[in-house]
Design a protein around this ligand. Structure first.
Ligand code: WQD
Length: 377
C-alpha cells in the first residue's frame, strides 16, 4: 500500500455469488477501495460467478496497480449458510471486532409464489437469518448495513409512480419478510441511533448483465421471471411455450407493467448506499443526534414497461420469434410497479441510465456466451 492510499474497507456481501450479488461485488471492486468477503450457500447461485467477478476486477487493474489494488481484486469467498450461526460467526471471528467495515445483505429466497407454499422456510431464511446476522454484527462492532429490500413491500400501491412514503403492505410471505426486516432495522437503529447506520434498497425489476458476458442471471431450473425465461427460450434451453399471465389489467395494453432496471445500475446503487454510510455522509446530517440513522430508497428507472413490450424488445435483441398464449392472471401479480426514483437521485446521486435495449443486449450476450450458464465449461 503506498502512503497515499486509504486502507481497504472490508465489506461482507451476503449472497455475493448470486445474480445481484455478483454485480454488486463487481461494483465494489471497481473502486479498489473495498475488500470483499462473500457468504453464499449457493442455493440459487454458482461458486464460479465469484471467480469470474474477480477475473473482471483483475483485468481492469491499471498498469501501475499497487499491491493493495491487487488485493482489492481478490474475494474471500465463503460457502456458508446464513441460518447456521456457527458458520457466520466463524467469518466475523476471522476478522475480529471492527474488522468488517460494513455489510451488504442480499441473500434471501425471493420467489413470490413459492413463499406462499413454504412460508416458514421463507421467514426462517429471510427474517431469522437477518436477525442473527445483525446480532453478530453488533457483537463484532460492525454497524453499517445495506439491506436488499424489494418493490414487493408496496403490495398493490395506491398510486404510480411509487414514492418511498407509500405505506408498506405486502401480500406474500416473501414480500412480508422484506417488510419485517425493514421494520427490524428501523427498531434497531432507533434503539442505538449513535451506533447504527442503515439503508434499505427497494429493488424494482433487475435485468441485463455485465457487458463482458462473464457474469449473469443463472436461475436453477426453468426461470419464473420474464427476462431470463425469454433468454432461455431464445437460446433453446427451455420449451418456448410462452404464457402471458393476464391481459385484463388496467394498463395500456392490459398486461402487467414493471420498472426494469439494468443490474449494473442497481449494483451501483449499492455502492452509493455504502458510501453514504460513511461517518461524514450528508444523508443523515439533517437528523437529530437521537434520531434513527436509517433511510429507504427505491432503485428503479421510473419507467414502466409491459409484458408485451418486453417480449417485443427481446424479439428484436435475440431475433427469436416468440409465440405467446394469453392465459389467466398469476397469483400475487399486481398491475403496475413503477418507481419514483427521485429520492435516491437527490440524496444518493443515483442514476439508472442504461436503456431497455441495453438490458436486452447484455442479457443476450451473457446467454449466448454461456448457453448452459456457469456449468458451460
Ligand atoms: C414480470 C411480469 C408476470 C413470466 C420479480 C421477482 C420478485 C421481485 C420483483 C425481488 C409479471 C409476467 C412472467 C411468464 C408472464 N424481485 N410474466 N409470463 O413478478 O415483477 O417479480 O421482481 O425482490 O421477487 O420475482 O417479475 O419477471 O416474474 O414477472 O406473463 O412466463 O411478467 O406476470 O407481470 P415480478 P417477473
Amino acid at each position: 500500500m503506498t502512503s497515499t492510499q486509504e486502507p481497504l474497507k472490508r465489506v461482507l456481501v451476503t449472497g455475493g455469488a448470486g445474480y445481484i450479488g455478483s454485480h454488486v461485488v463487481f461494483a465494489l471492486q471497481e473502486t479498489r477501495k473495498y475488500k470483499v468477503i462473500s457468504i453464499d450457500n449457493h442455493h440459487n447461485s454458482h461458486p464460479k460467478a465469484l471467480t469470474r467477478v474477480s477475473q473482471i476486477a483483475k483485468s481492469n487493474l491499471p498498469p501501475d496497480a499497487t499491491e493493495q489494488d491487487k488485493e482489492s481484486a481478490e474475494i474471500d469467498a465463503v460457502t456458508a449458510d446464513l441460518t447456521k450461526e456457527a458458520e457466520v460467526r466463524a467469518v466475523f471471528e476471522k476478522y475480529g471486532k471492527g474488522g468488517i467495515w460494513g455489510v451488504v445483505h442480499i441473500a434471501a429466497y425471493k420467489a413470490v409464489g413459492e413463499s406462499t407454499e413454504i412460508p416458514l422456510t421463507y421467514y426462517q431464511n429471510n427474517v431469522g437469518a437477518t436477525v442473527q446476522l445483525l446480532q453478530l454484527m453488533s457483537e463484532f462492532e460492525c454497524t453499517r448495513f445495506v439491506y436488499s429490500s424489494s418493490a414487493t413491500v408496496y403490495g398493490t400501491p395506491p398510486k404510480i409512480p411509487i414514492p418511498e412514503t407509500t405505506r408498506l403492505q405486502a401480500d406474500s410471505p416473501y414480500g412480508k419478510s422484506k417488510v419485517m426486516c425493514e421494520q427490524i432495522i428501523q427498531d434497531l437503529t432507533a434503539a442505538e441511533p449513535q451506533r447504527w447506520r442503515a439503508i434499505s434498497l427497494r429493488y424494482f425489476n433487475p435485468a441485463g448483465a455485465h457487458p463482458s458476458g462473464l457474469i449473469g442471471e443463472e436461475p436453477r431450473g426453468r426461470p419464473g421471471n420474464l427476462f431470463p425465461l425469454l433468454a432461455h427460450m431464445a437460446v433453446g434451453r427451455v420449451n418456448p411455450d410462452l404464457k402471458v399471465f393476464g391481459s385484463d389489467y388496467p394498463t395500456p395494453d392490459g398486461t402487467c407493467v414493471r420498472d426494469y432496471i439494468h443490474v449494473l445500475d442497481l449494483a451501483r446503487g449499492h455502492l452509493l448506499a455504502l458510501n453514504a454510510l460513511a461517518e461524514d455522509s450528508p444523508i443523515f446530517a439533517s437528523l437529530a443526534e437521537d434520531a434513527p440513522k436509517i433511510k429507504a430508497y427505491n432503485l428503479g428507472k421510473g419507467k414502466g414497461m409491459s409484458v408485451l413490450q418486453i417480449i417485443e424488445a427481446m424479439r428484436k435483441a435475440t431475433g427469436f420469434d416468440y409465440k405467446y398464449e394469453i392465459v389467466g392472471r398469476r397469483r400475487g401479480d399486481v398491475p403496475d410497479l413503477t418507481a419514483d426514483p427521485a429520492l435516491a437521485e437527490k440524496e444518493l446521486g443515483f442514476k439508472a441510465p442504461h436503456s431497455l435495449e441495453e438490458m436486452c443486449r447484455d442479457l443476450w450476450n451473457w446467454q449466448t456466451k454461456n448457453p448452459k450458464g456457469y456449468d458451460d465449461e
